[in-house]
Design a protein around this ligand. Sequence first.
Ligand SMILES: [Zn+2]
Ligand SMILES: [Zn+2]
Length: 304
Amino acid sequence: MKGFHNPYDDLAPGGSWVKCNFHAHAGTGPGTCGGNPTPSVVAAYKAAGYGALCISNHDLSTDTSAYADGICMIPGVEYSADPHMLTIGVSESLHALPHQEAIRRTRAAGGFAVLCHPNWIRKEYWPWEKLDGLEGFVGLEVINMLIYRLQGSGLAADTWDHVLSRGRLVYGFGNDDFHLWQDLGRSFTSLWSASPTWEGIRMSVRRGAFVASTGPLLEYLRVEDGRIRVKARMPIETYVDSFRYRFIGRGGEVLAEAAGPEAVYRLTGEEMYVRVEAMAENGSLLFCQPVCRTGLFDRGDWEN
Ligand SMILES: [Zn+2]
Ligand SMILES: [Zn+2]
């Protein structure tokens, strides 16, 4: 539909969905939380069907290039001066710098920054006032399942809607924040990429051609004839084909709900953005990136 931008339009031809985790701790050293051996962690993610993984230790760059066999190993660090954020695509820790400068340096290196677990410990672990003053992060962890064995909330749809409602296009990521084996594969990012390479992944992140999930995958999300048409699917072969869909707009308002194999939302044309969540029969969740009304959003200058 004219007037709205759908991040799932024009997906890279010949591409495929790549399961990614941008947030994991492994290896030895001060930043790794007494972690599991890196080769074992990488092997476990490969076995779980992941095409890309970042070992993002706390304030420590870990060279994982030796493990990039059948899986794309992305360099990155969890910047762990409070509040935490992922600096993906950089091979140095930027924690000695202020958040804004670390984001700028990450982008200058061709990478991207993602705000971590925005409601860890308490609501607004990432204070909205602080992130309102920060520029250039590409997104935030809308779901980080690790938090459900720590404190606070692993969901951050409230923070996401806050940022979107201010006219800033940022994306929702799903990450494990892997520390222990029980953390593996609980929340992930599924990304449409022309190739399972850093360059392909980076381009997909830039375009928002991905979903965050605790289980379901995206079959399609189309905007046509003034309607959003969306269908989720389970990651396994199954007869189960029904999901509960929610269409969410400015301020987190639920614009419509539907259940079935597919859901359709008729745009009024007045929506600032509409993002779709789908819940499977077992309660697992899919978060799609927002369909945004053109001209209302600032996404920053991605090139530097
Ligand atoms: Zn953290
Ligand atoms: Zn972490």
